[in-house]
Design a protein. Structure first.
Length: 143
């Protein structure tokens, strides 16, 4: 299978929650499980050491039932404002490493979230992240 990387994915969303609440959704394993669509996954795993140089590991299930691991290192951690970390997929059809940068800014209706994935290694990633952010918005409306 030929692997090609897209240049970069950038998404911006306005979420109806304070930056502190959006931050917790990125840094809390239980929240990630919900908006990463892993609530039915019996092998879900999230180990998060959210600090500069800290590592994380996720075990995710694809819609078809196959499992893969994502791991990385936190490069920037500015609570409630900015999070940057490597995203390294293992065991999926599209293994590779990217950098994810998340910026949170207060907005009149909650928080403006800016997201960048650079490069896009998995061609399914744009649709997957868009679906994740729809679930994130629903999660934040219920908090």
């Amino acid at each position: 299978m030929e692997k090609t990387a897209l240049e970069r994915l950038v998404l911006t969303r306005t979420l109806a929650a304070a930056p502190e609440t959006v931050w917790r959704a990125w840094t809390d394993a239980d929240a990630l499980r919900v908006w990463f669509a892993q609530t039915e996954s019996p092998r879900w795993l999230a180990e998060l050491d959210v600090r500069v140089g800290g590592r994380y590991r996720l075990v995710l299930r694809e819609p078809g039932g196959a499992y893969y691991t994502v791991r990385g290192v936190y490069r920037e951690v500015v609570p409630n404002r900015r999070l940057a970390f490597t995203w390294s997929q293992h065991g999926s059809p599209y293994d590779g490493e990217s950098l994810i940068t998340v910026e949170l800014r207060p907005a009149a209706s909650g928080t403006e979230l800016s997201f960048a994935l650079d490069p896009v290694v998995d061609p399914r990633a744009p649709d997957a992240w868009r679906a994740d952010f729809k679930r994130l918005a629903r999660l934040l409306q219920t908090d």
